[in-house]
Write a protein that binds this ligand. Structure first.
Ligand code: B1M
Length: 210
């Protein structure tokens, strides 16, 4: 088995310690951080998702895999971010109310930080009003919402409404993403930008704040 497969397997089984040992080993062997992210961690999580959907594994197994995944991405952080980038403004980010998925949100945060954007991470299960208040308090021009469930994606519409009610809709851009989100949904709820993945989100955020 290749080291990428080893990392993927360890992550899928939730063996965080093993992931912690294997990632530096892979980097030393010359495997790129991007390859580890895409081919080991994201590919592994996609497998976990399929097995979860098919009832082959359940929430506790997914949870330990998610912990190993988050730990793996944290280890890759310095390698995924460019050195010496100019600071580019501030953004708030969070996973919307009712939703506890944070792996994608963390990746988006990490990639945006890599573009020089100061990120205020509100965590998961974030009330619409909290996004808005935090943007006002921290003078952020960008609000980033992640949603992974079809039952929580509509909260993004509430964030847009809250921004209107607070009188800041024309002063902030609202970026959205997550597995069930698409451009059509973005247009329907009146958000500004939808991107399908973390790298594209970071590119879009950097141009919005430029
Ligand atoms: Co959940 N879960 N989960 N889960 N879980 C999904 C999402 C699901 C598709 C699994 C399935 O059935 N196949 C399904 C949703 C179905 C639906 O809504 N139609 C599901 C379900 C049903 C549930 C529960 C309801 C299960 C239950 O309790 N019975 C429950 C809900 C809990 C809650 O949130 N209230 C639940 C719980 C959990 C865990 C806690 C066990 C765990 C999360 C742990 C954690 O995040 N710390 C978990 C996980 C891990 C998953 C899967 C397996 C993986 C999600 C993930 O992290 N993917 C997922 C299945 C799947 O997606 N295949 C599933 C990797 C991550 C990098 O991708 O987050 O999509 P993603 O982020 C991508 C893009 O979407 C994008 O960038 C990232 C890639 O670069 N992106 C953005 C994300 N946010 C963005 C924001 C942007 C731009 C791009 O701009 C701001």
């Amino acid at each position: 088995m290749s080291i990428l497969q080893d990392i993927s397997q360890a992550m899928q089984k939730g063996k965080a310690k093993q992931v912690k040992q294997l990632i530096p080993q892979a980097l030393e062997e010359g495997v790129s951080a991007n390859q580890i992210l895409e081919e080991a961690l994201l590919a592994g999580m996609s497998e976990v998702g399929k097995r979860f959907r098919d009832n082959e594994i359940f929430v506790p197994e997914v949870l330990v895999a998610a912990r190993a995944m988050n730990m793996g991405t944290e280890l890759l952080k310095p390698y995924l971010q460019q050195a010496g980038v100019e600071p580019k403004g501030k953004a708030v980010i969070g996973t919307v109310k009712g939703d506890l998925h944070d792996i994608g949100k963390n990746l988006v945060r990490m990639m945006m930080e890599g573009k020089g954007i100061e990120m205020i991470d509100l965590g998961v299960d974030v009330e619409p009003q909290t996004f808005i208040q935090s943007a006002i308090d921290n003078d952020c021009k960008l609000i980033c919402c992640s949603a992974l469930l079809t039952t929580t994606m509509n909260v993004i519409g509430d964030v847009v409404e809250c921004a209107k009610q607070a009188g800041i809709r024309d002063k902030v851009k609202i970026m959205i993403g997550g597995a069930p989100i698409n451009q059509q949904f973005c247009d329907t709820v009146g958000a500004d930008v939808y991107t399908p993945d973390a790298a594209t989100a970071a590119e879009a955020a950097a141009s919005l704040l430029a």
